[in-house]
Design a protein around this ligand. Structure first.
Ligand code: SF4
Length: 329
């Protein structure tokens, strides 16, 4: 559905120049320095599609998701949902948009009250948004339980009675119960066994087709995002260093960091050998990021300029962007 602020083919969600810095304070409350968790991140998510954000822990991908939903306030930047800047909204307008933008967390158990039956927990978001009568709310919860592959009897159970995979289905149900348009999935399968991971990914894809959902899918494992994402942004130390359609990123990765991530993905054909690229050292602290290209302290391809100059983002091929001095002169 298009709003008056939106044109056909506009992204449903567009993030521009997003920055999120956390102040580190002294015992007296003075700001000593800043942790630059997200530093100038931009991307677009189109209706009915999935945009993946991948990178090691601490690269800023989850903070990006949380900031878009204003679970933490941005330092700078814009985030347009259907043409409206979420960061400028207040009061009722913000509450309305929050209904459209939901989040699924890695550990849904922590957001569930152990003393509340699942049915009651799922009814809660409907109450918060003042939706429906009691009967309508219960009907909606039953319908959503069915959609995520659970049954009516699960309505009366408590969180500890569910397995990890079932809990993630409940997490999904909690996000879906208010009929959102966009779901930010923050490492939704990372804590699950591989066989359960594929069940949840298949469920997400099925629900996307049925309910016309758009996903921002956050994961540290690049092989997980391959099967669900139309487009992927690779994040390193608060920056998107490469962004491309999924097939293109997997077949022709350009950035040395993307190449290193992909070199760790197993290939199903045993006769094909791929050289594993082992990165030196740990991801540097966002408290004191390296000068120039933030990846230069670990990059096997680094040249002199990398320590001094920040590489600018270039479109190397149609819709394939990279920030690296090795490309585009
Ligand atoms: Fe490596 Fe230099 Fe490219 Fe950064 S700019 S990824 S250090 S080659």
């Amino acid at each position: 559905m298009l709003t008056s602020d939106m044109k056909k083919n506009d992204p449903i969600l567009e993030v521009k120049g997003l920055k999120k810095y956390f102040p580190v304070r002294s015992p007296l409350g003075r700001t000593e320095c800043l942790v630059k968790a997200v530093n100038d991140v931009s991307f677009q998510l189109y209706e009915g599609q999935t945009f993946g954000l991948v990178g090691e822990s601490g690269c800023g991908k989850s903070t990006t998701g949380r900031t878009i939903l204003r679970l933490t306030e941005p330092t700078e930047g814009e985030a347009y949902y259907q043409g409206k800047d979420v960061f400028q909204l207040k009061g009722l307008e913000l509450q309305k948009i929050r209904k459209q933008l939901q989040m699924v967390f890695q550990d849904p158990y922590s957001s569930l009250n152990p003393r509340k039956r699942i049915g009651d927990a799922l009814e809660e978001p409907l109450k918060i948004h003042h939706l429906g009568t009691k009967k309508e709310r219960i009907d909606q919860v039953m319908d959503i339980l069915d959609k995520v592959g659970l049954s009516i009897e699960h309505f009366y159970k408590y969180p500890h009675e569910f397995s990890g995979g079932q809990r993630q289905r409940i997490g999904l149900a909690k996000a879906l119960v208010v009929n959102p348009k966009v779901i930010i999935c923050d490492e939704p399968v990372s804590a699950l066994d591989v066989s359960i991971q594929s069940q949840i990914i298949n469920l997400l894809q099925h629900l996307q087709d049925e309910l016309k959902l758009s996903y921002l899918f956050i994961a540290h494992d690049i092989s997980v995002v391959r099967h669900i994402c139309n487009r992927i942004g690779v994040m390193y130390l608060g920056h998107i260093v490469e962004e491309a359609p999924t097939d293109r990123l997997f077949s022709e990765p350009l950035h040395p960091y993307t190449k290193a991530l992909l070199s760790a993905v197993p290939i199903p054909q045993p006769n094909i050998k791929r050289e594993r690229i082992i990165l030196r050292g740990e991801i540097p602290s966002p408290l004191n990021p390296p000068s120039g290209c933030v990846f230069h302290t670990r990059c096997p391809m680094a040249i002199d300029i990398c320590k001094k100059e920040v590489p600018i983002k270039k479109e190397v091929d149609s819709n394939h962007f990279v920030s690296c001095h090795l490309y585009g002169g």
